[in-house]
Ligand binder design. Structure first.
Ligand code: ZN
Length: 286
């Protein structure tokens, strides 16, 4: 898919009312000009009325049909009825947030599904697909880490919704094979695996490093990431002290690309992505 398809721009009203051209008036009499001005005013008033009516119609239509603006992501693969029930919450999910200024700030979490129509341009790195938006910075990060004798490697990058469904179902089956009921197996699997449609890996902007286990935080690779990841545009997405905000358990291996400027700002502000997006949307007020 083309990179320019990335993300969905929010609706921005765009009216160009009252524009006028300037021209030579020397051949026109004063009364003629007065007449013209009156006509222009009338035209502007009429335009304003038309736009007023249009705006009212649009608002009425949106109120009458909220599903048109807020369509939850359709999940293609639903291997298990219970899984489907879990990923189709009865309450309509909050619309996903994409800041138009920067597609790297898309927020996907338990209450913000991947936006419908969200397109990722994948690029292969060592057999793993990642979002092309972060490819250059990811290469720089890994090369510099290796130069510092830190063996960082990518365990997981971009995942589509179908893959997430398969991963979750496989995890449920593994647990059932160990004697759990389906309900218990699903509950347990969901502690570490997001529901299809709600995983940040769908954005292609998330990376799981190395062994994807808690031993990672005792490695020099983890220390290097803690010290340097933001310089390359990456942040630890699920820190231990933000679990109450992210809704996800501490994951030392999961990093998220937001771009260098935002990563450094988030680090300085000590904000996770949920906090930072809210901070930007409120105009940078804490
Ligand atoms: Zn992850």
């Amino acid at each position: 898919m083309d990179q320019k398809d990335y993300g969905k721009k929010p609706y921005r009203p765009f009216f160009a009312v009252g524009g006028r051209t300037r021209g030579p008036y020397k051949l026109q009499s004063a009364s003629r000009r007065m007449q013209e001005i009156t006509q222009q005013k009338r035209a502007r008033n009429t335009l304003a009325d038309v736009f007023g009516v249009l705006a009212a119609l649009v608002i009425t239509a949106l109120l009458a049909a909220p599903h048109l603006v807020q369509e939850p992501q359709e999940v293609a693969a639903q291997p298990e009825a219970m899984v489907q029930a879990e990923i189709s919450p009865s309450a309509a999910p909050t619309p996903a947030v994409i800041l138009p200024e920067d597609p790297c700030l898309v927020l996907v979490n338990e209450t913000h599904p991947l936006p419908a129509g969200y397109a990722v341009t994948p690029r292969l790195y060592g057999g793993i697909e990642v979002n092309a938006l972060m490819y250059t910075d990811l290469c720089a990060l890994l090369e510099d880490a290796w130069s510092a004798d830190c063996v960082l490697w990518i365990a997981s990058g971009y995942r589509d919704v179908e893959t997430q469904s398969s991963i979750l179902e496989q995890a449920v089956e593994n647990r059932m094979n160990q004697g759990m009921t389906r309900e218990a197996a699903y509950e347990d699997a969901r502690l570490t695996i997001q529901a299809p449609g709600y995983s940040e890996h769908h954005t292609g902007l998330a990376i799981d490093f190395n062994e994807v286990n808690y031993a990672f935080e005792d490695t020099k690779e983890y220390d290097w990431l803690t010290a340097h990841a933001a310089e390359y545009g990456f942040v630890q997405r699920y820190p231990a002290d933000k679990v109450h905000i992210t809704g996800i358990d501490y994951e030392p291996w999961h990093y998220r690309y937001v771009g260098r400027e935002h990563a450094l700002a988030m680090q300085n502000l000590q904000m996770c992505l949920e906090e930072y997006v809210a901070y930007l949307q409120s105009g940078g007020v804490n």
